[in-house]
Design a protein around this ligand. Structure first.
Ligand code: SAM
Ligand code: SF4
Ligand code: SF4
Length: 403
């Protein structure tokens, strides 16, 4: 049987030792070194058991604002750019239930992250709607408060397959907004890309149900692969023009180690916008906020001005225009590993801390220390080197830490 667990940076066999090390370190009132392979990492003295301030910054001055939580490593799709069928086949070993963070554990960690400055929580996966009773988690998260006393902005990214039946319950539980992934309107193309023969119509039904439930403003994510679905760019832009739904085009990224990424399959955003402008008029818009991943373009009227009634699109140029300088996102994997970059090859084992009896203060200290030591800027570094294929380093899969 092939051992696909190799894609996970911390096999379970290492857990016991890691946990013991953490607890011992904590009893000595030093920062827990959550992953022994992180030789060379030294905790920031400023982080040593200091109370959370909500104003953490990393080595590049970036605040911690956004926490992405993966609630499952399973998915009902096999998008070839994310969980290719040949790798994620019937032999693939998923995490056992006890390895997953429980809703209480997730909520506790989220509370500590929010004390450290997080304002926005995105639930992701795998396919988050596959996690049983997800509404219960959302209801718990909705009770939390930011350092300014506000509720968190809770969003979710989904492939939309189960959305039509779950949208109402998600909204009632406290979900604010939703992002639905859809890679084209042509049924044959979409079925081929999700590789489980799932029809476009059901995703569109899910989007409609989300709109009816009040889960707006809705975003639709389209990953563009040259030669696979780039012919869908214009139809998608036409379809969502004039609706309150923002379509975002994502450059196909070299995440993980299994999707066989090649630069020649990336369609740069500059080329994409040029193609769109041969058919419709679009004008650049100012960003809503610092750290926004998407570059905004508005549909223009006959006078060449943005008409808000026509809506807007977003370009996420992760490959050709890196946005690391404003990256304020941390990622928590399904089993409680903290990743400080989407392209990281290792995480930090917060679950061992949680299950080893760490206090909220100790958790806050560990998070502060890790964030203050963060210097990740993978995409910027990639842009400065010739990009050819997935790096030899065993990077974590996107289906494991979420997008
Ligand atoms: N299953 C959910 C979904 O598809 O929306 C949530 C998880 S998925 C990993 C999150 C987002 O990552 C999706 O919008 C997906 O299209 C995007 N994604 C996955 N692999 C990608 C890749 N190689 N390049 C760019 N985006 C990718
Ligand atoms: Fe599943 Fe989302 Fe990955 Fe597609 S992109 S395989 S839907 S996790
Ligand atoms: Fe953030 Fe890493 Fe992506 Fe740069 S490469 S934007 S640091 S997640």
């Amino acid at each position: 049987m092939p051992n696909h667990r190799r894609n996970r940076p911390n096999p379970p066999g290492r857990r016991a030792r890691d946990t013991a090390g953490i607890i011992q370190a904590m009893s000595q009132r030093v920062i827990p070194l959550v992953d022994q392979r992180a030789a060379g990492w030294t905790p920031s003295p400023a982080a040593l058991l200091s109370p959370p301030t909500g104003r953490l910054t990393d080595t590049l001055g970036r605040p911690l604002r956004d926490l992405r939580i993966s609630v499952t490593d399973r998915c009902n799709f096999r998008c070839n750019y994310c969980m290719p069928k040949e790798v994620f086949d019937k032999h693939h070993v998923y995490l056992p239930h006890h390895a997953l963070l429980s809703f209480e554990e997730i909520t506790r960690l989220a509370r500590v992250f929010m004390a450290q400055g997080v304002r926005k929580i995105r639930l992701t996966g795998g396919e988050p709607l596959l996690r049983k009773n997800l509404e219960d988690l959302i209801a718990q998260l909705a009770q939390l408060r930011t350092v300014d006393g506000r509720p968190p902005d809770i969003t979710l990214t989904t492939n939309g397959a189960l959305l039509a039946r779950k949208a109402q319950a998600l909204k009632a539980a406290g979900l604010n907004r939703i992002t639905v992934s859809l890679d084209g309107l042509d049924d044959a193309t979409f079925r081929r890309m999700n590789d489980v023969d799932f029809p476009v119509a059901q995703v569109l039904e899910g989007i409609e149900a989300a709109r009816a439930a009040g889960l707006g403003p809705i975003k639709v994510n389209m990953v563009v692969k040259r030669g696979t679905n780039d012919q869908e760019i214009q139809p998608m832009a036409q379809y969502f023009r004039g609706t309150p739904i923002t379509l975002r085009f994502i450059e196909y990224m070299d995440v993980g180690a299994t999707n066989g990424w090649r630069m020649d399959e990336v369609l740069p955003s500059a080329e994409l916008i040029a193609r769109l402008q041969t058919q419709m008029s679009l004008v650049p818009l100012a960003p809503h906020a610092v750290g926004e991943t998407a570059e905004r373009w508005g549909y223009a009227n006959a006078q060449g001005q943005h008409d808000p009634r026509l809506g807007e699109i977003g370009l996420i140029s992760s490959v050709t225009r890196a946005f690391c300088q404003d990256c304020n996102r941390a990622r928590l994997s399904t089993e409680g590993q903290l990743y400080l970059c989407l392209f990281a090859s290792q995480g930090w084992d917060l679950r061992s801390l949680l299950r080893g009896g760490a206090s909220d203060e100790a958790l806050a200290t560990a998070i502060a220390s890790l964030w203050q030591g963060r210097g990740d800027r993978y995409s910027e570094l990639r842009s400065s080197q010739p990009a050819t294929g997935n790096s030899a380093l065993r990077r974590v899969e996107m289906s494991y830490i979420g997008g």
